[in-house]
Design a protein around this ligand. Structure first.
Ligand code: FPP
Length: 247
């Protein structure tokens, strides 16, 4: 039987926001600065937003900080982005930990310098028991690669006779993703005026509400976040169902 879903039932508190922080390069170019200065400013914007988020009761925040496809960029820029993650973890970890934030970095560890892998492991283990905001950082991440990796893990388990292929379902598939155990984003916000998903959370965004913000990431702030959240709250999430007034 199809559940009769009313508009109120499906309008719910927001639990998980995902962010594509686009526009750093353009922000820098428009000021005659090198692109990496835009990323540095982007980190300042991110740090401020994380502080502002304290009163929001948000459970999960997922950030797209570096795509596997970003390796195509000039070495100077990719090195600076590596340096920014170093800086973020080294400078901000104790504040995040004191605010009960749990950190998890998702993506491939291939091509990541060893000292950064150690910093990531340290941040994850320090914050593993924190129960405030769950900060999921997609770094060296690709949505397609995540799906391929999950498929491989499942295929190997099936080949070894540990898993009956007939039993493969949504739950088994999700438990093999980087984001295992984390609910799908309710809302994804992309800044920088482009209207695409760019290989981010391809599985997890199936029913997420999408919000495109015109401003470049360094210009994003709490007020713009509030506008996006209010827009989300006025939407009717149906997950393929119909709301009762239209039945
Ligand atoms: C996309 O803008 C943005 C990125 C590739 C990096 C995002 C990084 C930050 C916001 C800083 C925080 C980073 C870490 C690692 C903690 P773009 O360069 O594609 O901008 P454009 O579209 O204007 O060229």
């Amino acid at each position: 039987m199809v559940k009769n879903t009313s508009k109120n039932e499906i309008e719910k508190q927001i639990s998980h926001i995902a962010l594509i922080m686009d526009g750093n390069g353009r922000w820098a170019n428009s000021r005659g600065l090198p692109r990496y200065e835009g990323h540095a400013q982007g980190l300042i914007t991110l740090r401020k937003l994380l502080r502002d988020l304290k009163g929001y009761n948000l459970d999960y925040l997922t950030l797209f900080t570096f795509s596997i496809d970003n390796w195509k960029r000039p070495k100077e820029e990719t090195s600076k982005l590596m340096q920014l993650l170093r800086k973020f973890i080294s400078n901000d970890l104790s504040e995040l930990h004191n605010n009960d934030v749990r950190i998890k970095v998702i993506g491939s560890r291939k091509d990541i310098p060893k000292d950064i892998i150690d910093l990531i492991k340290g941040a994850e283990s320090l914050t593993i028991n924190n129960s405030g905001l769950y900060l999921q950082i997609a770094f060296n991440y690709s949505g397609r690669q995540e799906i391929i990796n999950a498929t491989k893990k499942i295929a190997f388990a099936a080949a070894k006779g540990e898993l009956d292929p007939n039993k493969i379902d949504k739950n088994i598939f999700e438990s093999n993703l980087y984001s295992a155990g984390i609910p799908d984003p309710d809302l994804i916000i992309r800044t920088g005026s482009e209207k695409r998903i760019s290989n981010f959370l391809l599985w997890q965004l199936s029913y997420s509400e999408v919000y495109f913000e015109e401003c470049l990431w360094p210009d994003f702030n709490k007020n713009k976040l509030d506008v996006a959240i209010n827009d989300y709250k006025n939407r009717s999430r149906r997950f393929g169902n119909v709301i009762s007034e239209y039945r």
